[in-house]
Design a protein around this ligand. Structure first.
Ligand SMILES: Cc1cc2nc3c(=O)[nH]c(=O)nc-3n(C[C@H](O)[C@H](O)[C@H](O)COP(=O)(O)OP(=O)(O)OC[C@H]3O[C@@H](n4cnc5c(N)ncnc54)[C@H](O)[C@@H]3O)c2cc1C
Length: 442
């Protein structure tokens, strides 16, 4: 690609974007070269969105020797959900495994599920192969039972094994209590192959790998318009035009300014995270395994230990964006309910992020017009699935692989804007109420 000038910037903590408030952003040293666009350019593939979906597609293409690719990101790489999530890397999709089997049948559901467990491994491989410093820990993810229903937990374990060929380990309550010092939980299921990491550093590491291999990543470069030009596409980006044969729209829940097909099929729903101040010496006593943990409620908490004796704690969803003080108060209440020992612990960082939900809670991949691809709708469970489905898209573009059609069932369907958001919020409250009703410790 020609006529591009590269400069290096550092991201200043406290910069204006909302993500600057996250612990990830505040502790990151962004040495990713930022490319400033000067003139019109041409490329084979233009990926719009520098989140995991866009980056996984671009890296997948590059790994297949396909380098005439440009990635264009409205903010900084990882500005969206990918650079501010909980960092859980585990199998599955936002849609429950039971619903996946029901919709797809056992054989296809198993293949689709295994795409995501393979992606857990692929992420680790890429971390190692590209020397990405992102605190990757292959420590496992624990699903802790909130409801004292060992029968349901064992049923889930059997289901996962028999239908989806995964082996989750059962932890009786006494054993779990030795690892997590909380009265809240009963038994647990450990997904041992799962992992956690610093997602922003991973996103930046992928972008750096792309740039080293000759794929440009333009940051602070919003795409404002896409139109057909002959049998190609023309994108308006920060005052210049990009002409390309193939467009990949991977904008998640952040596709605000661009009127292009996936937008009306995505509900942007907020969820929250805080990172505590450094805890006194007690963290290893409270959580003695370096697992990432979530629980069996619909409206679950999720947390994991961070370097520096901090705890990352997340939960809740909302269609509103409340003040950080309100989020902090909610999350600290949730934390104290599980670990009353930490009632006085404060949050140093509090932030929110937008998940892009489709109506079917499954990723949507396909072409709305020839050459105009979309890859979106990963919801609240997207780290491994973006990698998995990004691989399918890279294989489709470079090799004509048709496996992406496994997702044909999940076409772009309208979500009806504010009405859809309201319905999602009511649905969440209804399930949260059901969680409360079933809580044996209420
Ligand atoms: C707080 C939070 C916690 C989560 N925790 C987990 C977790 O622990 N594990 C898990 O598996 N999943 C988790 N998720 C979900 C996961 O992060 C997402 O599913 C996934 O990151 C989606 O990736 P994406 O690339 O589709 O979207 P995004 O990461 O949102 O990326 C989209 C990008 O497109 C860019 N963009 C938008 N419009 C334009 C435009 N016009 N021009 C150029 N660029 C544009 C945006 O700036 C953005 O960077 C969480 C999500 C949130 C919000």
């Amino acid at each position: 690609m020609e006529n591009i000038v590269s400069v290096s910037i550092k991201t200043a903590p406290g910069a204006q974007t909302a993500s600057a408030e996250s612990w990830y952003r505040a502790s990151a040293i962004n040495s990713l070269p930022v490319t400033t666009v000067r003139e019109n350019v041409q490329c084979r593939v233009c990926v719009v969105g520098g989140g995991f979906a866009g980056l996984a597609t671009a890296v997948g293409l590059q790994e297949r020797g396909f380098n005439d690719v440009l990635v264009v990101e409205a903010g900084e790489v990882g500005h969206g959900a990918s650079g501010r999530n909980g960092g859980f890397i585990f199998g599955g999709y936002s849609l429950s495994p039971q619903a996946l089997v029901k919709q797809q049948g056992e054989a296809r559901a198993r293949e689709m599920y295994q795409l995501t467990t393979a992606a857990v491994g692929l992420i680790e491989q890429r971390v190692k192969a590209y020397a990405i410093d992102c605190q990757h820990r292959a420590a496992g993810v624990m699903l802790a039972d909130w409801f004292n229903r060992p029968d349901l937990l064992q049923q889930k374990q059997r289901f996962m094994q028999q239908k989806l060929a995964t082996s989750w380990e059962f932890y009786p309550r006494s054993e779990l209590r030795r690892q997590l010092d909380s009265e809240r939980y009963y038994d647990g299921l450990l997904e041992r192959e799962a992992a956690h990491f610093n997602p922003l550093q991973y996103a930046q590491g992928l972008a750096a790998k792309l740039q080293r291999g000759g794929v440009e990543v333009w940051q602070n470069s919003p795409v404002t318009e896409i139109k057909a030009k002959g049998n190609k596409w023309q994108l308006a980006v920060a005052g210049v035009h990009v002409e390309t044969e193939i467009v990949v729209l991977a904008c998640g829940g952040y596709q605000k300014i661009l009127r292009a097909p996936p937008r009306s099929a995505i509900l942007p729903i907020a969820t929250y995270i805080m990172v505590t101040e450094a805890l006194p010496e007690s963290l290893p006593e409270l959580i003695s395994q370096p697992w990432a943990v979530y629980d069996t409620r619909f409206a679950f908490d999720y947390y994991r230990p961070l370097p520096g004796q901090r705890l990352l704690w997340g939960g809740r969803i909302s269609i509103r964006d409340p003040q950080p003080q309100i989020i902090e108060a909610m999350l600290r209440r949730d934390l104290a309910r599980v670990f009353p020992q930490l009632t006085e612990v404060k949050a140093d960082y509090v932030w929110s992020g937008l998940m892009g939900y489709s109506r079917q809670q499954m990723p949507m991949i396909g072409q709305s017009k020839p050459g105009l691809w979309h890859l979106t709708g990963f919801g609240g469970h997207g780290v491994a699935p973006t990698t998995a489905v990004g691989e399918l898209l890279a294989a489709a573009i470079s090799e004509g692989d048709q496996r992406y059609r496994w997702f044909d069932h999940y076409a772009l369907k309208p979500v009806f804007g504010h009405l859809g958001l309201l319905a999602a919020q009511l649905n969440y409250w209804q399930y949260a109420l059901r969680d409360w009703w079933r809580d044996p410790q209420k």
